[in-house]
Ligand binder design. Structure first.
Ligand code: TRP
Length: 332
């Protein structure tokens, strides 16, 4: 079994695009590998959240992942800020990280542009903290999106540099696993754009109620309709069919394909169908989100058990690292 680590940003709520991308892949991995999934609340400090928002955001996103089916019996789910061992490794890695390479990171350069008044050292060393998250469990693979490729490359650089500096073969070089593995579908926006996203403003959230989902789907962009049998589908219509593929049964799919092919398709009906089937898919998740969100004691138990397991794994790694770096076991 491989050790897998991934960090979850504690911002915003999960949408259908997240579900069929990252989340579905986590659900698969938890059955196959030894997984550590954590909520990256220390990383969120780089943008100075209000103290009272931190715990709230942690529990919101934890409830949503559990509602989607992340199972604390199968994987370890924890809050980054519960594992202080990460910070010791972060320090060792910072001693091996060069200013130049940190300054060249695109995510750092983006942040400098976005928040010129708060270019803090935490932003600069974001990649070394991320490397510590991963390397503390000596992970083999990390499911991440393409936007994290540079951070992953840096994690590999620091793993390699640590190994060569100390003449050891200690850290495996963590592979990036496409966060949307084989099972994932890229979910388009309903506004004619290629991608569903929070910042695109076109997301269907797992917390949205039935009426909201219906309203959003009914507003989806369409075209004038096929002008002749077996026309090629334009992108906006293909996007609608993508939703049909993920939430509707085969019969329904065949029916609307045929209706497209013989030009009898009515977009209003198609959208109603999509809204109905999306709601059937989302409703149980939404209900579980509500259940988990109102059971703080349960969330607390999950986070506590996760913290204990994650600390145990990190501590075992740190014990060896201290000795490699030249420190004795902790005194006293
Ligand atoms: N940087 C990741 C993101 O923005 C979150 C993250 C932090 C992470 N530490 C990690 C992802 C370690 C994978 C492994 O999405």
């Amino acid at each position: 079994m491989h050790t897998i680590v991934s960090g979850i940003r504690p911002t915003g709520n999960l949408h259908v695009g997240n579900y069929f991308g990252a989340v579905i892949n986590f659900l698969k991995l938890q059955n196959e590998e030894k997984c550590y999934f954590f909520i990256a609340d220390w990383h969120s400090l780089t943008t100075a959240p209000h103290p009272s928002d931190i715990i709230a955001n942690d529990y919101t996103i934890l409830a949503e992942y559990l509602a989607c089916g992340l199972d604390p019996e199968k994987c370890t789910i924890y809050m980054q800020s519960d594992v202080h061992q990460t910070l010791e490794l972060y320090l060792y890695l910072n001693m091996l990280a060069y200013m130049g390479e940190l300054e060249r990171t695109t995510t750092f350069k983006d942040k400098v542009r976005l928040q010129p008044d708060n270019v803090n050292a935490g932003l600069l060393t974001y990649p070394t903290l991320m490397a510590a998250d991963i390397l503390q469990h000596r992970a083999w693979g990390v499911p991440v999106g393409k936007d994290q490729e540079q951070n992953m490359e840096m994690a590999r650089i620091y793993a390699k540099r640590f190994n060569s500096t100390y003449g050891v073969d200690f850290f495996p070089l963590p592979k990036s696993l496409a966060s949307n593995g084989d099972s994932a579908v890229k979910i388009p926006g309903l506004d004619g754009s290629g991608k569903m996203g929070k910042s695109e403003g076109n997301a269907l959230y797992l917390r949205d109620d039935e009426k909201t989902i219906r309203k959003k789907v009914m507003k989806a962009v369409t075209d004038a309709g096929p002008q002749e049998p077996h026309s090629e589908m334009p992108e906006v219509i293909r996007n609608l069919f993508t939703f049909l593929e993920i939430v509707s049964d085969k019969e329904t799919n065949d029916f609307y394909r045929a209706a497209w092919d013989d030009c009898s398709i009515r977009y209003g009906d198609l959208k109603k169908q999509i809204a109905e089937d999306l709601n059937a898919f989302i409703a149980p998740i939404r209900e579980r989100i509500e259940e988990y969100s109102s059971d703080r004691a349960y969330l607390e138990r999950v986070a506590t058990a996760g913290a204990e397991r994650a600390r145990e794994s990190a501590e075992a790694t740190l014990r060896e690292i201290r000795s490699i770096v030249g420190f004795p076991p902790y005194r006293g």
